[in-house]
Every structure is written in C-alpha cells, then in structure tokens.
Design a protein around this ligand. Structure first.
Ligand code: MG
Ligand code: MG
Ligand code: MG
Length: 307
C-alpha cells in the first residue's frame, strides 16, 4: 500500500507536531501506512513534550515526490505548507484555521472546525469512532491544547477544548496546570537563538490581495526581556523583507502571564498595522496591544481586513 505522509505547517508548533503524531496513530488503526513528518525544527516547547514522553522527533522533509499522498494537519494555506504542494495529492485536511489558498484536483476528506486546537478535533474523532486513546496519545493531544490555548486562556479556546482538556488530563495522568506551565515556560527560552532564528521560530506567511505578509510570534514571561533585542530583531526583519519581497512583517511578542502583546511592524505597508489596531506605531515601530494573545483571532484577521 502506498505510504501517506502527515504534515503540519512550516515552523511547526506543538499542535502541528503532536497532532501529526496522533494522526499517524489514528491512520494506522485504519490500516493506512502513514508517517508523520515535519517541515522544520522542533521548538523548545515541543522539545519539552517529546522529552517528557521519550519520543524522538519525526523525520524532517522539505520536498516530496510528485504525486505523494499527504494529510495536512493544523493548516491549509499554501504559503504555510510544503513547497510544491500543487504536485502532491492531499487526501485529507484536519484543521482549525480559516481556509485560504487551497484547492485540490481530487475529492478529499476535509474536517475543519473553529476550535482552539487541531488536537481537540482529533480527540473528537477518536471519541466518535470509538478509538482507544492511550496515555501517549492523551499527553500529545493535551500538550497541543495547552500550547494553542495558552492553558485555556486564549480567546480561541472553546467549550470543546475545555472538555477535551479535562478528559485527556485524566487519561494522561498529568497535573495539566503544572505540566502546562512548565511546557509553556520551556517555549519562552530562546536566548540561545540568534535574531534571524527568533523571528522565524513561529512565523506564518499570508498572501492576501497581492500582499505578502508575515506574522511571527514569540511567547515570553516578560515582554521587555525580548524587546531589549529590538535592534538586532529589526535588522533581521528588514533583511527578511528584502530577501522575500514582503510588504509587511509583524513580530508579535506575547506575554503569556498577563495576556498582552507588543508588536513590531516593519515594511512598506506598516501603516496597515496602524489601520488594523487604530493606534500609532511609536518611534520603535512598535505598539502595545492589551489583551491580545492570538494571532489567528486577534492579529491576522485585523490585518487582512485592513488591506
Ligand atoms: Mg499551529
Ligand atoms: Mg493549531
Ligand atoms: Mg500557535
């Protein structure tokens, strides 16, 4: 039987990694020869999860052979997916984002719900199909939910995410609050990375009405800590804008303790940020956004509307 590759988005986060690993297990239950792969490095937060479980990171790929069957989790937009995707066959998508830049030539399974996390969708599938969720699967899904909902605090968090979180916490036999805080904290340590890496750790590209936009995000316990690196970060952002022909780059520094963000907006279309949020950028090309933690719900749609 033909092998199916399962992949999350570029610059994979904990949801992309954990959901692809869970999806691999689900596919195998149905007799599908599936392999979870990844499109980039494992971040520190996800590394914490894999170390906890004693799991090796899955194989990294950058391209796939023409006609390769793939399952997408945690994304669907072309710029966030594997390069050359139009030459591959997408057989299923399981996602919780807006749908854009997506088309196929063949029929497919497409499961999309506006939940806070892809793993909540996978949990729901397991329940509906009567599939057994073992401790490892539960820990993977729980970690993804903690990551995407910032321990249920993000405005993207739904009732379904909370239900899944509570059920999975029991199966995983973990104190999810303590584990989750340690996991999120592990993800805030990027002192070992150069500025070029920091701006790319969790960067997503959007193509909207001819505009090429990147919105990158990092989590921190102290915004000022990250902002002290503003000079080198801005330098690398400007470089990326030139190299990739971007119209706008937004770097979101999110305080996961107090649920606020500070953004840096650069590029010829940086006034889109001012229009989107109704305030001026300061002399550092930055502004504070109170109560903003979600790129998906509180940053990207506002910027896209402003275009
Ligand atoms: Mg994601
Ligand atoms: Mg996600
Ligand atoms: Mg995220």
């Amino acid at each position: 039987m033909e092998k199916v590759l399962i992949l999350g988005h570029k610059n994979p986060d904990t949801d992309s990694i954990c959901s692809s690993l869970v999806m691999e297990r689900i596919a195998k239950i149905y007799g599908i020869d599936a392999e979870a792969v990844r499109l980039g490095n494992i971040n520190k937060e996800t590394e914490y999860v894999l170390n906890y479980l004693g799991i090796e990171p899955q194989r990294q790929i950058t391209v796939a052979e023409e006609g390769q069957k793939i399952i997408l989790v945690d994304h669907n937009e072309a710029p966030q997916s594997i390069d050359g995707r139009e030459k591959l066959e997408v057989i299923a998508v399981i996602d919780h984002h807006r749908i854009a830049d997506f088309s196929t030539s063949m029929p497919l399974y497409y499961i999309a719900k506006p939940y806070g996390c892809t793993s909540t969708l996978l949990y729901e599938i397991c329940k509906k199909e009567g599939l057994e969720i073992d401790k490892t699967m539960a820990t993977l899904m729980l970690s993804a939910i903690i990551s995407d909902t910032l321990l249920l605090k993000s405005p993207t968090c739904t009732k379904k995410d909370i239900e899944a979180f509570e059920e999975l916490e029991k199966i995983a036999e973990i104190d999810a609050k303590t584990y989750g805080l340690d996991m999120l904290k592990a993800g805030t340590d990027f002192s070992m990375y150069g500025a070029a890496e920091v701006i790319n750790l969790d960067a997503k590209e959007f193509n909207e009405k001819g505009k090429k936009i990147v919105i990158a995000q990092v989590n921190t316990a102290d915004i000022q800590d990250v902002f002290t690196r503003k000079e080198e970060l801005s330098f690398e952002i400007e470089k990326r804008i030139v190299d990739d022909g971007l119209d706008l780059f937004i770097f979101v520094i999110t305080d996961i303790i107090n649920s606020n963000s500070k953004i840096i907006a650069l590029g010829t279309d940086k006034e889109l940020a001012e229009k989107a949020f109704g305030k001026k950028l300061d002399n550092d090309d930055a502004m504070i956004l109170e109560g903003v933690v979600s790129r998906k719900k509180q940053v990207a749609p506002q910027i896209i509307d402003a275009i």
